[in-house]
Ligand binder design. Structure first.
Ligand code: NAD
Length: 483
């Protein structure tokens, strides 16, 4: 009995399949998946071919009429079952996520729980028709109908959260889906596909792993009506251009270069741990991480000292070690990019408050690094670092801080920190971003729209606004005159 259970656990841990038309499927091509803590491949999974994609899209189209005919309440029941399965498999999925993504196990498990909670949260949002006119002469209303088949393309930093949001949004609003995780982190998403195989009717959910080419095939595919893309600005532009060929609807959730502005009345001891968390959790690989800190000159030195004090508490290591608070950078490409930014910063007059050295190991480890005295035009300020290195910049006049915070093509989010809530709110409202926070950063919820201004994205996810991006508005206009 125990042996049989162990065999099941091993199969769950080590075998990975695509999900096409309600069946698990292999493929001739395979992908190696690397554990970023060791730099070595620890598993393989199938990589979908163009023919696999055609089969998945055909299955999703076949499943569409019956699925879209269900009510929101009926579809909610399926989604609740999925959320229950995520929770029941939190340990297994969390461990898998840590192995492929690198984040500490506790945070990986939190990601699974959050995906379950957000999924249920989405089903609390109601979508109603808009009644424009209803008088003796005419009735005009706007109904919202499913778009059709949604293609969901996700990145490697939070693969489960960033799949669950669009997946559930698309399903709840009556669409069927094809999900494609990043080639760096395909396993936990494939495993979820396997675990929910019998929850949804055949073809409603299809999961295909594959490289960047598979992503492009999705954006070109005539059988797909919408692309929900989360990833870099550069790829987002390619996705939009490619989707234009079939005029697919797109939601683009892209990169950011979030500024946090700390005013002179903020208490550095209180603010520093929160800012550090927002900048460094998941080793800074968060779209809405704090990527630039602007501190008023009066509290600048005290804030720098408090940030260093906090940084010392964050142990770097393998995410499976209980002591680890910062895992490795997720992949070699990103690690090289962050090391390159570090080396570029070292060439300037910048001073390192802490960090700045790179451990020589096979894993992609990088010590938390805080840097000051950097030029506003330097790459570490201008570019999205997406890693555990954050510049702390000084300001005297808050107008100057706002100007510098806004002087970027990014516009995902930003925050202002102060004891004076009213003043902070007024300043936050002037940030050119999709979300401006006061005395917090990274606070999102299923009922609050999230997305980027400027080049940080197109459209919004979550809330009624996000859900409606999976629907076509259809005006039904009736002249109440018998013919
Ligand atoms: P990426 O753009 O390299 O890849 C994202 C996904 O796109 C992957 O699945 C990849 O295979 C696929 N892809 C690559 N080329 C493609 C193409 N031509 N057509 C279609 N798909 C293609 O991004 P990444 O490096 O995986 O993720 C990091 C980036 O994602 C960062 O910039 C980060 O800020 C951003 N991000 C944004 C949000 C948000 O909500 N705004 C959330 C998380 C991450």
């Amino acid at each position: 009995m125990a042996q049989a259970q162990a065999a099941v656990q091993n199969t769950l841990r080590n075998d990975f399949s695509l999900l096409i038309d309600g069946e698990l499927a292999g493929s001739a091509e395979r992908l190696d998946v690397i554990n970023p803590a060791t730099g070595k491949a620890f598993a393989q999974c199938p990589a979908a071919s163009r023919a696999d994609l055609d089969r998945a899209v055909a299955a999703a189209r076949r499943a569409l009429p019956a699925w879209s005919a269900l009510s929101f309440a009926e579809r909610t029941e399926f989604i609740k079952r999925m959320a229950g399965i995520l929770r029941a498999n939190q340990d297994l999925l969390g461990e898998l996520l840590t192995r492929e993504q690198g984040k500490p196990l506790g945070q990986a498990k939190d990601e699974i729980a959050r995906a379950a909670g957000q999924s249920e949260g989405i089903t609390q949002i109601s979508i109603a028709s808009d009644l424009i006119t209803d008088d003796a002469e005419r009735r005009i209303e706007v109904r919202y109908v499913p778009l059709g088949v949604a293609g969901i393309i996700t990145p490697w930093n939070a693969p489960i959260n960033l799949a669950a949001g669009p997946l559930v949004s698309a399903l709840y609003t009556g669409n069927t889906v094809v999900v494609k995780p990043s080639p760096y982190t395909p396993l936990s998403t494939l495993k979820i596909g396997e675990l929910i195989k019998d929850v949804f009717p055949k073809g409603v959910v299809n999961v295909l792993a594959g490289g960047d080419a598979l992503g492009q095939w999705l954006t070109e595919h005539p059988g797909i009506d919408k692309i929900a893309f989360t990833g870099s600005v550069a790829t987002g532009k390619k996705v939009m251009a490619s989707a234009a060929g079939t005029l697919k609807r797109v939601t683009l959730e892209l990169g950011g270069n979030d500024a946090a502005i700390v005013l002179e009345d903020a208490d550095p001891q209180v603010v520093a741990p929160k800012l550090f968390f927002a900048g460094f959790v998941n080793s800074g690989q968060v779209c809405m991480a704090v990527k630039r800190i602007y501190a008023h000159e009066k509290i600048y030195d005290a804030l720098c000292a408090a940030l260093v004090e906090e940084a010392r508490k964050w142990t770097v290591g393998d995410g499976l070690d209980a002591a680890t608070k910062l895992g490795p950078i997720q992949n070699r490409m990103q690690y090289d990019k962050v090391v390159d930014l570090l080396n570029d910063t070292k060439k300037t007059r910048a001073k390192f408050l802490i960090g700045g050295d790179v451990p020589q190991t096979d894993g992609y480890f990088f010590n938390p690094t805080l840097v000051t005295d950097v030029d506003e035009k330097s790459r570490i300020v201008r570019e999205e670092q997406f890693g555990p290195i954050v510049p702390v910049l000084k300001f005297t006049d808050v107008e100057d801080a706002i100007r510098r915070a806004n002087d970027t093509r990014y516009g995902l989010s930003g925050s202002v920190w102060s004891k004076n809530i009213e003043r902070a709110t007024a300043i936050a409202a002037r940030l050119e971003v999709g979300t401006a926070w006061v005395n917090q950063h990274r606070a999102t919820a299923a009922n609050v729209p999230f997305g980027g201004a400027k080049e940080s994205g197109v459209g919004r996810v979550y809330a009624e606004m996000g859900l409606k991006s999976y629907m076509e508005p259809r005006v039904v206009s009736v002249l109440k005159q018998p013919m």
